[in-house]
Design a protein around this ligand. Structure first.
Ligand SMILES: O=C(O)C(=O)Cc1ccccc1
Length: 308
């Protein structure tokens, strides 16, 4: 049985993602207080895989996850899960919306209800917590620097909290993307609807540097689905690029692009190839298909070996 770590405690959106990924009978689940703690346990082989949030449609990338994957012992993404998110604001019994002075929640949850909060509880302070469910659990447990939590309906129910308002997200269509992370001991097989995640470190900061990297993808007909710059943390103004692209490292065009990036970059960190959650087939130009690359390789071999 696979042991999955996840950003807990019980009742987080991450736990919902894990449940959507694996039926209960084929998994064990271990809650961790932070993304870093879950990925550390994975590196230490205490668990087989970890489910962590990586991006949402409102706030963008989850920096804690992007940074924890970009450094330390290598890990790879082996799956992705999309979860539609709805938020409630909940409090201990007897507290009403007008009593709320401070709200505890995960920063990505707060970012997605900011408009609602501005309208309904404009004077309330925000207090960051490690997850939405930990805000709910702490609130139920007693002494907290906040008197309401923004969390999933299930987290409010688990802790006997009163829901003061439901469906308070600013964007009805908010979706969060979670990834399943594993040690790099195996690769998911190509499916035709795959994504590949890499982090690129430039050799030097110069005019056209990013363009040069992106040209390697464009020339091979590779579409990107996410591009973020993250500080390398080494010095002010030093960035790396975290990229999701369509295709699998086993696809010729992706393999060729990664080889070129490896040549021109200071470092390419491969973070996995995995089936896209939307299951949509990647559209591939016939000129950048596997047969086209194979035919070109045959042609090169033939002109290199004229006698054969
Ligand atoms: O705190 C949680 O419940 C999480 O799983 C992280 C998160 C927070 C907000 C939106 C999506 C995921």
């Amino acid at each position: 049985m696979t042991r999955y770590g996840y950003l807990g405690p019980e009742g987080t959106f991450t736990q919902m993602a894990l449940h959507a990924w694996q039926p209960a009978q084929s998994r064990e689940q271990v809650a961790f207080g932070s993304v870093d703690a879950a990925l550390h346990a994975l590196r230490e082989r205490e668990i087989d895989a970890a489910v962590v949030p990586i991006e949402n449609s409102v706030e963008g990338g989850v920096s804690a996850t992007l940074d924890a994957l970009a450094s330390g012992d290598p890990l790879i993404v082996t799956g992705e899960i999309l979860v539609p998110i709805t938020f409630v604001i909940a409090a201990r019994e007897g507290v009403t919306l007008t009593d709320v002075r401070a709200v505890g929640s995960h920063s990505h949850a707060w970012a997605q209800v900011r408009g609602w909060a501005q309208q309904k509880i404009p004077d309330a302070r925000y207090v960051p917590t490690l997850s939405t469910a930990s805000a709910a659990a702490d609130l139920a447990g007693g002494d907290t620097p906040f008197d309401a939590a923004v969390c999933a309906p299930v987290a409010a129910a688990n802790h006997g909290l009163t829901v003061l308002a439901d469906d308070i997200g600013d964007m009805a269509s908010a979706v969060t993307r979670f990834v399943v992370v594993s040690r790099p001991e195996w690769l998911p097989r190509p499916t035709g609807f795959d994504k590949t995640t890499v982090v690129l470190y430039q050799r030097s900061d110069r005019a056209g540097g990013l363009l040069e990297l992106l040209e390697q993808l464009a020339a091979r007909g590779i579409n990107m689905t996410r591009l973020e710059s993250r500080p390398t943390k080494e010095s002010m103004g030093s960035y790396c690029f975290s990229i999701d692209l369509e295709g699998h490292v086993q696809d010729a065009r992706v393999g060729e692009a990664l080889m070129s990036l490896h040549r021109v970059c200071a470092q390419v960190r491969f973070l996995g190839s995995y089936p896209a959650a939307n299951g949509q087939a990647v559209s591939v130009d016939p000129l950048t298909s596997d047969p086209a690359f194979a035919e070109a390789a045959d042609w090169l071999a033939s002109i290199r070996n004229p006698g054969r």
